[in-house]
Design a protein around this ligand. Structure first.
Ligand SMILES: Nc1ncnc2c1ncn2[C@@H]1O[C@H](COP(=O)(O)OP(=O)(O)O)[C@@H](O)[C@H]1O
Ligand SMILES: [Mg+2]
Length: 260
């Protein structure tokens, strides 16, 4: 189900896909990625599916909504016209005005939902979200709530272009990610079993829940039924790879390592 954009606000001036801010009929402001962004409409599907899966795992992800932008609204704003924004269904995430991606400047000890950082690492592996561990800009900290929120799953799964061949060739293998963003959370999540809770949740997710997460993509996003079926298989197969893949991270976690 979509909501209508009622007012254009401004560009975000940040990010590869150049999102823009819109106010919508529900009175909220959303960071909107357009169908004709430079990575293609596949990223909208990735974002929406990742939001639904992340929600299922109880992870903090801003609410994502399918946003309808009318021809009349585009025509009212030269900047939108010049980008040739098509009328139709785009995707927005609820805008956190105070959100910052400069995590180095944040006192993480004050953060109230740090335990979800372990879930983020599990989630990124399951959905093949390969760029967060190196790109600090894909995690928001909301100072007024003192909470982290996961954003930008544009490149997850088969990537922005839904190029499934390379993943299907080795569906029994899982790439293991490690980088500065994950490292920042080690002191807060290290324990005798830092990922156990979230790995168990991933292992338990039913095919029905995965099917629900991939349903109802707007036709305008051009994702074929076959590709959606492949994605369901991809997610179901990978559920059982996360636990052993994450074992490779044990050395980065002193308490967990001690236990091993
Ligand atoms: N819901 C949000 N609330 C506040 N800021 C956001 C939100 N979503 C994205 N941003 C900001 O916009 C930038 C670009 O968004 P992102 O989803 O990372 O797009 P891209 O795929 O272009 O990198 C982010 O790095 C962040 O600074
Ligand atoms: Mg980004």
């Amino acid at each position: 189900m979509s909501i209508l954009a009622v007012q254009y606000i401004r560009p975000m001036d940040d990010g590869w896909t150049l999102p823009h801010l819109f106010k919508c009929e529900d009175g909220q402001t959303y960071v909107v990625k357009f169908i004709n962004n430079r990575s293609g409409s596949g990223i909208l599907a990735n974002e929406l599916i990742a939001y639904r899966l992340g929600n299922w795992l109880g992870l903090p992800i801003p609410p994502y909504r399918i946003i309808q932008i009318t021809r009349d609204l585009v025509d009212m704003f030269p900047v939108l016209k010049s980008m040739e924004i098509p009328a139709g269904l785009h995707l927005g995430s609820l805008y956190y005005e105070q959100g910052t991606t400069l995590l180095d400047e944040v006192n993480l000890a004050l953060c109230k939902n740090l335990h979800h950082a372990a879930g983020m690492i599990v989630f990124d592996h399951w959905i093949n979200n390969w760029d967060r561990h190196v790109a600090e800009s894909n995690l928001l900290y909301i100072p007024d709530q003192q909470k982290i929120q996961l954003i930008d799953h544009s490149d997850a799964f088969f990537g922005p272009y839904w190029d499934k061949e390379e993943f299907m060739d080795d569906r029994d293998k899982m790439d293991v990610f490690w980088g500065p963003l994950y490292e920042m959370f080690v002191p807060f999540i290290d324990s005798p079993d830092p990922f156990g809770h979230y790995v168990s949740l991933v292992e338990k997710i039913s095919k029905k829940a995965v099917i629900q997460a991939v349903q109802g993509l707007p036709k305008q996003w051009n994702i074929s039924r076959e590709d959606v079926t492949e994605l369901i298989d991809f997610l179901m197969c990978r559920r059982n790879l996360v636990r052993s893949a994450l074992e490779e991270l044990r050395d980065y976690f002193p308490i967990w390592r001690e236990k091993g």
